[in-house]
Design a protein around this ligand. Structure first.
Ligand SMILES: CC(C)(COP(=O)(O)OP(=O)(O)OC[C@H]1O[C@@H](n2cnc3c(N)ncnc32)[C@H](O)[C@@H]1OP(=O)(O)O)[C@@H](O)C(=O)NCCC(=O)NCCS
Length: 258
């Protein structure tokens, strides 16, 4: 049985976060191979542990005994990229494409299974957000997630990341194509207050809410008229069905450009 298993039943972990260091190399490689369906080059791991172009944090459980107390049970890796070279330059403030604005791109994030749902990934992401917020030129933290990764998508939404794009066939795993979502968390006022896209989305939302208000009014009127009741009941059922769908999957509405 892996040493990490059954952690919740034995003790309450004391989690702390620290930069990933050269002595973490083997565990870091092992965790990536355990947690991800894609393989990373060994150069990637060397760059992480030596801090070459990549910034990283590890989570450790200091309540574990001896050397294990310093062994990684979670990690996040990220790099700072130029906003104008990124795929989200159009989603930032108007001046971002012409200046030295930067972004923090999360490369990998993972937590050992027996330590999940304890808020460790949230803590790691908060470290990234804090780091990014302290870089004056940084305008956002962003990442990709494979479309079927419900727990990660739940996490990013919980942490107020916005899903701004769906990328069809973005990942190729064992010859199969998988879609990805692109999530963004704006920092240092990075969000464009004036993009035409945002204005369009505001308009769509406004029109939709107008439609819902009219529909609700019609529905209320119908309730007063006994002969129209079945029709009204039907439209309500449809609305609640689509609302239920939104809670479990990302549909077009939630994955809009913001
Ligand atoms: C995604 C992952 C990093 C989350 O780590 P974690 O430490 O458990 O995350 P946290 O404890 O901070 O938050 C987990 C949240 O997700 C929720 N969650 C967990 N599994 C879920 C699931 N299958 N569906 C929906 N939500 C789920 C938890 O309930 C919790 O939300 P809550 O606080 O509202 O209850 C972890 O599951 C993991 O390492 N997965 C494998 C690697 C991976 O997918 N990495 C992300 C790549 S983009």
């Amino acid at each position: 049985m892996p040493q990490h298993s059954m952690v919740k039943s034995y003790h309450r972990p004391t989690i702390s976060y620290r930069p990933i260091q050269p002595s973490d190399l083997v565990v870091l490689e092992q965790l990536h191979s355990d947690l991800f369906p894609i393989r990373y080059e060994s150069e990637f791991f060397h760059n992480v542990v030596n801090g070459r172009d990549i910034v990283s944090w590890g989570a450790v459980d200091s309540s574990r005994l001896g050397a294990q107390g310093d062994e990684l049970i979670g990690f996040v890796t990220m790099k700072v990229v130029l906003a104008k070279d990124s795929e989200i330059s159009d989603l930032l403030r108007c001046d971002s494409s012409t200046s030295d604005q930067t972004l923090a791109y999360i490369l990998t994030l993972g937590v050992v299974e027996s330590y999940r749902n304890l808020g460790i990934a949230s803590g790691l992401i908060r470290e990234v957000i804090k780091y990014a917020s302290n870089i004056p030129t940084c305008r956002a933290v962003y990442l990709h997630v494979i479309s079927y990764n419900a727990s990660a998508i739940h996490l990013y939404k919980k942490m107020s990341f916005k899903c701004v794009r769906k990328l069809y066939g973005f990942y190729v795993i064992n010859g199969q194509h998988y879609d990805a979502y692109l999530f963004v968390y704006y920092v240092n006022g990075g969000r464009s207050p004036c993009s035409p896209l945002e204005l369009a989305m505001v308009l769509v939302t406004y029109l939709k809410s107008g439609y819902k208000t009219v529909a609700a009014r019609l529905c209320r009127n119908d309730e007063r008229k006994a002969w129209k009741w079945p029709k009204c009941k039907e439209s309500r059922r449809l609305i609640s069905q689509s609302q239920g769908k939104r809670n479990t999957t990302i549909d077009g509405d939630e994955c809009q450009c913001v």
